[in-house]
Design a protein around this ligand. Structure first.
Ligand SMILES: [Zn+2]
Ligand SMILES: [Zn+2]
Ligand SMILES: [Zn+2]
Ligand SMILES: [Zn+2]
Length: 252
């Protein structure tokens, strides 16, 4: 599923933010009102991310990252397959019965079943785990000269070509395995998730343990970024590579 890095990334999907309610303030915020450059809301003072930001369309993590898959039709097919099974995303390579087993192993409010709280959770996690300003130069105000442009693209190239992949779900383990996160047993016959890009590619996770080492959230659509033997969401991987400005939330 990996594609060629292209320098002319454009952020392909709109996020709906203006006027969206604040999840911490509720009625006390009149709706998200962007500051000129800070990542806060001028109506309530909370962060943009504290508001109910959504996509205007169903987005995959590959689309979000702006990674062209070698086979565009494969992307379309995987979306259609997920929708036909009643989800906004399903792992690749599993039979419908195994997709059900996988989903049922996740916390109920995080299962991306269509029109459920889990579908919303997934969409929100894409937005939180892959902040849009990490993805497109056009959305960064810090990038003012050629040197910082070069730095930004080096970061993106390393991230997308070296650090990024998606977890592989093995639907039937032949032997008992120890989960890398919780240390608990994954019994023979059960499902395990593997991160093939890690130096030790024999490490295995429970599906519900395949989480960011930093924020502990389920890695959305199993998308992970690896560094120093651990798996992260994009936001927390990026912060290990470049500092993030606390005022505008951009990489510096
Ligand atoms: Zn607000
Ligand atoms: Zn607020
Ligand atoms: Zn576990
Ligand atoms: Zn994280």
């Amino acid at each position: 599923m990996k594609g060629l890095f292209s320098k002319n990334k454009v952020f392909p999907y709109e996020e709906v933010d203006k006027g969206q309610p604040c999840l911490s303030c509720g009625d006390r915020c009149l709706g998200f009102t962007p500051h000129k450059w800070r990542s806060t809301c001028t109506a309530c003072g909370c962060q943009r991310d504290d508001h109910d930001i959504i996509h205007d369309n169903l987005v995959t993590v590959y689309e979000r990252l702006g990674i062209d898959t070698k086979d565009h039709n494969e992307l379309v097919r995987s979306k259609e397959r997920a929708l036909s099974l009643g989800y906004s995303w399903v792992p690749q390579g599993l039979s419908p019965a195994k997709v059900e087993d996988f989903m049922n192993s996740l916390p109920n409010n995080q299962i991306p079943r269509l029109h459920s709280a889990g579908e919303k959770y997934r969409d929100r996690q894409i937005i939180l785990q892959m902040p849009r300003q990490d993805l497109s130069e056009d959305l960064c105000r810090h990038i003012l000269d050629a040197a910082s442009t070069e730095c930004f693209y080096q970061f993106i190239e390393l991230r997308d070509e070296v650090a990024f992949s998606t977890g592989r779900v093995k639907d039937y383990l032949k032997e008992d395995q120890e989960c890398f996160k919780c240390g608990g047993e994954i019994e023979a016959g059960d499902m395990g998730v593997y991160a093939d890009l890690l130096e030790d590619d024999s490490l295995c996770w429970h599906p519900f343990c395949f989480t960011c080492y930093s924020c502990d959230e389920l890695l959305v659509d199993l998308a992970y970024f690896h560094k120093d033997g651990h798996i992260f969401c994009e936001r927390h991987y990026a912060e290990l590579v470049l500092p993030r400005c606390i005022a505008c939330d951009e990489m510096k």
